[in-house]
Design a protein around this ligand. Structure first.
Ligand code: DC
Length: 212
Protein backbone atom coordinates (compact mmCIF):
# COMPACT_ATOMS: atom_id res chain seq x y z
CA UNK A 1 0.00 0.00 0.00
CA UNK A 2 1.46 3.36 -1.02
CA UNK A 3 0.14 6.73 0.11
CA UNK A 4 1.53 9.78 -1.72
CA UNK A 5 1.24 13.17 -0.08
CA UNK A 6 2.28 16.32 -1.91
CA UNK A 7 1.94 20.02 -1.28
CA UNK A 8 3.80 23.26 -0.64
CA UNK A 9 5.97 24.01 2.41
CA UNK A 10 4.30 24.05 5.85
CA UNK A 11 0.90 22.90 4.59
CA UNK A 12 0.82 20.12 7.20
CA UNK A 13 1.80 17.21 4.97
CA UNK A 14 4.63 15.93 7.17
CA UNK A 15 2.50 15.73 10.30
CA UNK A 16 -0.29 14.05 8.37
CA UNK A 17 2.08 11.62 6.65
CA UNK A 18 3.58 10.53 9.98
CA UNK A 19 0.16 9.98 11.55
CA UNK A 20 -1.12 7.98 8.60
CA UNK A 21 2.05 5.87 8.61
CA UNK A 22 1.63 5.16 12.31
CA UNK A 23 -2.08 4.43 12.01
CA UNK A 24 -1.73 2.00 9.11
CA UNK A 25 1.66 0.63 10.27
CA UNK A 26 3.46 1.81 7.15
CA UNK A 27 7.00 3.06 6.65
CA UNK A 28 7.42 6.82 6.26
CA UNK A 29 9.78 8.79 4.02
CA UNK A 30 10.09 12.58 4.16
CA UNK A 31 11.49 13.10 0.64
CA UNK A 32 12.27 16.76 1.37
CA UNK A 33 15.08 15.52 3.62
CA UNK A 34 16.79 13.92 0.62
CA UNK A 35 16.91 17.22 -1.27
CA UNK A 36 17.93 19.00 1.93
CA UNK A 37 20.84 16.60 2.38
CA UNK A 38 22.05 17.24 -1.18
CA UNK A 39 21.77 21.03 -0.76
CA UNK A 40 23.55 21.03 2.60
CA UNK A 41 26.35 18.79 1.38
CA UNK A 42 26.94 21.13 -1.56
CA UNK A 43 27.30 24.12 0.74
CA UNK A 44 29.32 22.23 3.38
CA UNK A 45 31.73 21.08 0.69
CA UNK A 46 32.06 24.65 -0.58
CA UNK A 47 30.23 24.31 -3.89
CA UNK A 48 27.91 26.77 -5.52
CA UNK A 49 24.31 25.49 -5.56
CA UNK A 50 24.10 26.04 -9.32
CA UNK A 51 27.03 23.71 -9.95
CA UNK A 52 25.10 21.04 -11.86
CA UNK A 53 27.72 18.30 -12.17
CA UNK A 54 28.68 18.43 -8.51
CA UNK A 55 25.04 18.39 -7.39
CA UNK A 56 24.37 15.37 -9.60
CA UNK A 57 27.36 13.46 -8.25
CA UNK A 58 26.38 14.20 -4.63
CA UNK A 59 22.82 13.07 -5.40
CA UNK A 60 24.06 9.85 -7.00
CA UNK A 61 26.26 9.04 -3.99
CA UNK A 62 23.62 9.86 -1.37
CA UNK A 63 23.00 7.16 1.25
CA UNK A 64 20.31 6.76 3.93
CA UNK A 65 22.73 7.90 6.68
CA UNK A 66 22.93 11.30 4.98
CA UNK A 67 19.32 11.89 6.01
CA UNK A 68 20.55 11.94 9.61
CA UNK A 69 22.92 14.89 9.00
CA UNK A 70 22.39 17.49 11.71
CA UNK A 71 20.75 20.80 10.86
CA UNK A 72 18.73 19.64 7.84
CA UNK A 73 15.47 21.15 9.10
CA UNK A 74 16.30 24.85 9.00
CA UNK A 75 14.75 27.30 6.52
CA UNK A 76 18.20 28.10 5.18
CA UNK A 77 18.71 24.46 4.21
CA UNK A 78 15.18 24.36 2.76
CA UNK A 79 16.21 27.09 0.30
CA UNK A 80 19.36 25.11 -0.59
CA UNK A 81 17.15 22.05 -1.21
CA UNK A 82 14.76 24.02 -3.37
CA UNK A 83 17.67 25.33 -5.46
CA UNK A 84 19.30 21.94 -6.14
CA UNK A 85 15.89 20.35 -6.74
CA UNK A 86 15.45 22.26 -10.03
CA UNK A 87 18.34 20.28 -11.56
CA UNK A 88 16.85 17.40 -13.61
CA UNK A 89 19.92 15.16 -13.07
CA UNK A 90 19.57 15.55 -9.29
CA UNK A 91 15.91 14.55 -9.46
CA UNK A 92 16.55 11.51 -11.62
CA UNK A 93 19.44 10.39 -9.38
CA UNK A 94 17.12 10.49 -6.35
CA UNK A 95 14.22 8.76 -8.05
CA UNK A 96 15.47 5.20 -7.56
CA UNK A 97 16.07 5.75 -3.83
CA UNK A 98 12.49 6.96 -3.34
CA UNK A 99 10.89 4.29 -5.52
CA UNK A 100 12.73 1.44 -3.87
CA UNK A 101 11.66 2.76 -0.44
CA UNK A 102 8.05 2.74 -1.65
CA UNK A 103 8.22 -0.65 -3.31
CA UNK A 104 10.36 -2.41 -0.71
CA UNK A 105 9.68 -0.57 2.56
CA UNK A 106 12.10 -1.17 5.43
CA UNK A 107 11.41 -3.28 8.53
CA UNK A 108 9.07 -5.59 6.63
CA UNK A 109 6.30 -2.99 6.52
CA UNK A 110 3.45 -3.71 4.12
CA UNK A 111 3.67 -0.31 2.47
CA UNK A 112 4.82 3.27 2.76
CA UNK A 113 3.75 6.88 3.05
CA UNK A 114 5.93 9.35 1.14
CA UNK A 115 5.57 13.11 1.28
CA UNK A 116 7.10 15.70 -1.02
CA UNK A 117 6.32 17.67 -4.17
CA UNK A 118 6.17 15.09 -6.97
CA UNK A 119 5.26 11.82 -5.26
CA UNK A 120 1.82 11.42 -6.84
CA UNK A 121 2.90 12.71 -10.24
CA UNK A 122 6.38 11.19 -10.79
CA UNK A 123 7.75 9.05 -7.94
CA UNK A 124 4.70 6.86 -7.28
CA UNK A 125 2.17 7.50 -10.06
CA UNK A 126 0.43 4.23 -9.12
CA UNK A 127 0.01 5.05 -5.42
CA UNK A 128 -3.17 3.65 -3.84
CA UNK A 129 -4.03 7.08 -2.49
CA UNK A 130 -2.81 10.56 -3.43
CA UNK A 131 -3.41 13.59 -1.28
CA UNK A 132 -2.53 17.16 -2.21
CA UNK A 133 -2.33 19.17 0.98
CA UNK A 134 -2.50 22.97 0.79
CA UNK A 135 -3.17 26.00 3.01
CA UNK A 136 -3.17 29.75 2.47
CA UNK A 137 0.33 31.21 2.22
CA UNK A 138 0.02 33.47 5.28
CA UNK A 139 -1.27 30.58 7.39
CA UNK A 140 1.64 28.39 6.32
CA UNK A 141 4.09 31.18 7.15
CA UNK A 142 2.52 31.62 10.61
CA UNK A 143 2.77 27.89 11.27
CA UNK A 144 6.40 27.74 10.20
CA UNK A 145 7.21 30.86 12.25
CA UNK A 146 5.68 29.33 15.40
CA UNK A 147 7.44 26.03 14.77
CA UNK A 148 10.83 27.76 14.45
CA UNK A 149 10.20 29.73 17.65
CA UNK A 150 9.22 26.55 19.46
CA UNK A 151 12.48 24.95 18.38
CA UNK A 152 14.32 27.92 19.86
CA UNK A 153 15.48 29.16 16.43
CA UNK A 154 15.59 32.84 15.64
CA UNK A 155 12.82 33.85 13.23
CA UNK A 156 11.23 36.97 11.76
CA UNK A 157 7.70 36.49 10.41
CA UNK A 158 8.16 38.69 7.31
CA UNK A 159 11.29 36.77 6.40
CA UNK A 160 9.58 33.39 6.86
CA UNK A 161 6.71 34.55 4.61
CA UNK A 162 9.14 35.74 1.91
CA UNK A 163 11.06 32.45 2.09
CA UNK A 164 7.89 30.43 1.63
CA UNK A 165 6.74 32.55 -1.32
CA UNK A 166 10.14 32.27 -2.95
CA UNK A 167 10.23 28.49 -2.48
CA UNK A 168 6.63 28.04 -3.69
CA UNK A 169 7.45 29.99 -6.85
CA UNK A 170 10.64 28.02 -7.55
CA UNK A 171 9.14 24.61 -6.73
CA UNK A 172 6.05 25.24 -8.88
CA UNK A 173 7.70 26.82 -11.89
CA UNK A 174 10.67 24.48 -12.46
CA UNK A 175 10.46 22.39 -15.60
CA UNK A 176 11.51 19.08 -13.95
CA UNK A 177 8.68 17.60 -11.85
CA UNK A 178 7.13 20.85 -10.65
CA UNK A 179 4.91 20.97 -7.59
CA UNK A 180 1.41 20.25 -8.89
CA UNK A 181 -1.46 17.97 -7.90
CA UNK A 182 -1.73 14.66 -9.73
CA UNK A 183 -4.95 14.52 -11.73
CA UNK A 184 -6.24 11.79 -9.41
CA UNK A 185 -5.18 13.44 -6.13
CA UNK A 186 -7.64 14.39 -3.39
CA UNK A 187 -7.16 18.01 -2.38
CA UNK A 188 -7.13 18.85 1.30
CA UNK A 189 -7.09 22.52 2.33
CA UNK A 190 -5.83 22.67 5.91
CA UNK A 191 -6.12 26.48 6.36
CA UNK A 192 -8.92 26.24 8.91
CA UNK A 193 -8.05 22.85 10.40
CA UNK A 194 -5.85 21.68 13.25
CA UNK A 195 -3.74 18.54 12.85
CA UNK A 196 -6.42 16.28 14.39
CA UNK A 197 -9.03 17.57 11.96
CA UNK A 198 -6.65 17.11 9.03
CA UNK A 199 -6.03 13.51 10.12
CA UNK A 200 -9.78 12.88 10.51
CA UNK A 201 -10.47 14.25 7.00
CA UNK A 202 -7.70 12.11 5.54
CA UNK A 203 -9.14 9.01 7.24
CA UNK A 204 -12.54 9.82 5.73
CA UNK A 205 -10.93 9.95 2.30
CA UNK A 206 -9.13 6.64 2.97
CA UNK A 207 -12.45 5.09 3.95
CA UNK A 208 -14.25 6.49 0.90
CA UNK A 209 -11.50 5.18 -1.38
CA UNK A 210 -11.49 1.86 0.48
CA UNK A 211 -7.76 1.15 0.48
CA UNK A 212 -7.05 0.03 4.08
O1 DC B 1 9.41 19.25 2.04
P1 DC B 1 10.58 20.20 2.34
O2 DC B 1 10.12 21.57 2.72
O3 DC B 1 11.52 19.62 3.33
O4 DC B 1 11.36 20.34 0.95
C1 DC B 1 12.50 21.14 0.78
C2 DC B 1 12.68 21.43 -0.71
O5 DC B 1 13.05 20.23 -1.38
C3 DC B 1 11.45 21.93 -1.44
O6 DC B 1 11.33 23.34 -1.37
C4 DC B 1 11.65 21.45 -2.84
C5 DC B 1 12.47 20.16 -2.68
N1 DC B 1 11.67 18.93 -2.82
C6 DC B 1 11.39 18.51 -4.10
O7 DC B 1 11.75 19.19 -5.06
N2 DC B 1 10.72 17.34 -4.28
C7 DC B 1 10.31 16.60 -3.24
N3 DC B 1 9.67 15.45 -3.46
C8 DC B 1 10.57 17.05 -1.91
C9 DC B 1 11.24 18.23 -1.74
Amino acid sequence: MIIAIDGPAAAGKGTLAKRLAEHFELAYLDTGLIYRAVGKKMVDEGFNLESIEKAESIAKALSPVDLEIEGLRTDEVAQMASKVSVIPGVRSALLEFQRSFAERPPAGKRGAVLDGRDIGTIVCPNANLKLFVTARTTIRAERRFKELQKRGLEAIYARVLEDIKERDARDSSRSASPLEPASDAYQLDTSALDSNQVFAEALEIVEAVGIS
